[in-house]
Design a protein around this ligand. Sequence first.
Ligand code: TMP
Length: 204
Amino acid sequence: MYRKGILIAIEGLDGSGKTTISRALVEWMRSRGFNAIYTAEPSTSPIGELIRSKIISGEIRRDTRIEALLFAADRLWHVLYEIEPLLGEGRIVVTDRYYFSSIAYQGALNVDIAWIRTLNKFAIKPDTAIYIDVTPEEALRRKKKEGLKLLFENIEYLRKVRRIYLELVNYGELRLVDGMRDFEEVLEEVKSIVNDLLSERGFS
Ligand code: TMP
């Protein structure tokens, strides 16, 4: 697909700060006059709503392949009806989670990663994908402070998710950013990566 815009994916464990970073990144680009927009997965589609209300809440737990299929279906919706049209308009799209989340989270539940990749083949490759790395202990500590109850909060599970994310960093699919530092420092590094990308693509 021909695209005029830019797609940036931000990944990390819940509690890594990725949502705050993604939103701050969008605000920063807007303040510089760029037409940036924040979006997230699970999306606001009916499939995303089903995932949030029934799967993430833990109300329904069935074969993990069904979850992988639902996340992929939601992603297809997100790509077709949000991401592609926005890129076609030349917007800079920041997605808080993308197919790397399925590889890491469903992969850590022993769903075959090659199969997850096949399912998600339709997903447009992002121009850059950043992984904000925190230890599972730190992620849980931050989440507990917020008083949030998570389905996927088992520490052993989060260790596996992180291991897969770090493998994706080694394959060169994700750019590693150390999320254990102060928020401002993390944000500065993310901004610098994005700034280089915007220059390369003639956006600045
Ligand atoms: P969020 O906390 O970033 O809104 O993400 C919701 C949860 O959904 C989070 O625990 C990770 C999980 N998730 C998957 O397991 N697979 C996926 O493909 C996506 C997008 C999210």
